[in-house]
Design a protein around this ligand. Sequence first.
Ligand code: GLY
Length: 378
Amino acid sequence: MVQDIIVVGGGVIGSSIAYRLAQAGAKVTIVERGRIGCESSRAGAGMLAPQSEARSPGPFFDLCMDSFRLYRDFASELSELSGIDVEYRDEGALHVFFEDEEKRDSEEWTAWQAGAGLALEALTREDLAALEPAIRRENIGGVFLASEHQIENRKMMEALAVALKRAGVRVVEGEDVREILVEGERAVGVDCDSGRLGAGTIVVASGSWSSSLLARAGVDISIVPARGQMVAVKGREAPIRHVVHSRDCYLVPRLDGRILIGATVEYEGFEKRNTPKGVASLLLSGMGLVPDLESFEVVEMWSGLRPDTPDHLPVLGPAGLANLLLATGHFRNGLLLAPKTAELISRYVIDGSSAAEMEPFSLSRFAVDRNIESLARP
Ligand code: GLY
C-alpha cells in the first residue's frame, strides 16, 4: 500500500510525478509556492532535444532518450485528458554553422551520434536554403536532426494542471514549504505557511529552490539558478518551420506565429528579469541567423531560473533520510526529462524497482568526489 505523498514543487517535474503517483493509487498533495508551472517550466522553449543537448554518450544521454521516447504518448495523454492541445511537433531541428571553427567543433559530437545510429544528416548551404530559405546566406552548412521535437510548454503546463485535478491530486498553490519535518533519521512531513502536513513520502522537486529547503533538513546539495532570458518576436508570416540553432542562440517557431529567441545562461542568483544586455544579445543573434526578424515586432520577453547542479546533471532518488526523495536539478532539460523522471520516481515509491536506473543520478555521487563542486559552470 502506497502511503500519502507530498510533492514539493509544482513545475513540470513535480506535477508529472504527482500525476503518475495518483494514477497508481497514491494519495498525493503538491505544495507549490506560486502556481502550477509558473517558473522555469513556463519559461523554457519546449524543445525536446536530446541530441542537441548531449555532448557525449552515457547515462545522461540514455535518460534523455528514454524520456524522449515516452513523450509522444505523454503529450497525447495530456492533450486528450485536458482538451488542451499541447502542440507536439516533430519537424526536426537544424544546427547552422557560420565559421569553419563551429563546424570543426561539432565533428566529435556528430561522429558519436552518427556512430550510435541516431538520425543526423549533414547539410550543405544549398540544402539549408531549400529547407529554410530565410536563414542567412553566408552560412557554411549545418546538420539536420530529424528526431528533435517540440511542445508548447505553457499549454503543457495548463494541461498538466487539469490532469492533476482529474487524477485526484490535492494542489496547494501559493504556499511556501518552510521546513521538511524530520524525526530521528526519517522525514515525516512538511511545515507550510498554513501549517503542518504529514506524509509517508516527501519528494522534493522544487528546482532552484531545492537547496535551501534541503539544507535545513541537513541534506547538502548545491543547486543554483541559471537564468535564461527569452524574447518572442512576431511578423506577418513565420520565416522558419523548424527549430534552428546557431552557436549563439536558438529560434523556436510556434504555431501562433511567434518566434522564440533563446536563451542566455547567467548565474545571477534569483534575479529573474530581463536585462538590456541579455535582450540585445538575443535579438542580435536571432537577426544574425534569420535577417527577416529585423522588421518583426517584439511581443514578449521573460526569463526563468534553470536549476543547475555542480555537474549539470539531475539529482534523482533517495536523499539520505528515510522517506525523502529528490527529483531536482534538471538544468536545461526539465521539460524533456519529465515523463522519465515521473516514471522512475513513481516506480521507486511503489516497489523500489527503479533504484539501479537512478543510481548515476544519486545524491551520493557528490559525496564520492567533493572536487566535483569545482567543475566550471558553462
Ligand atoms: N533547453 C534550452 C535552455 O535551457 O535554454
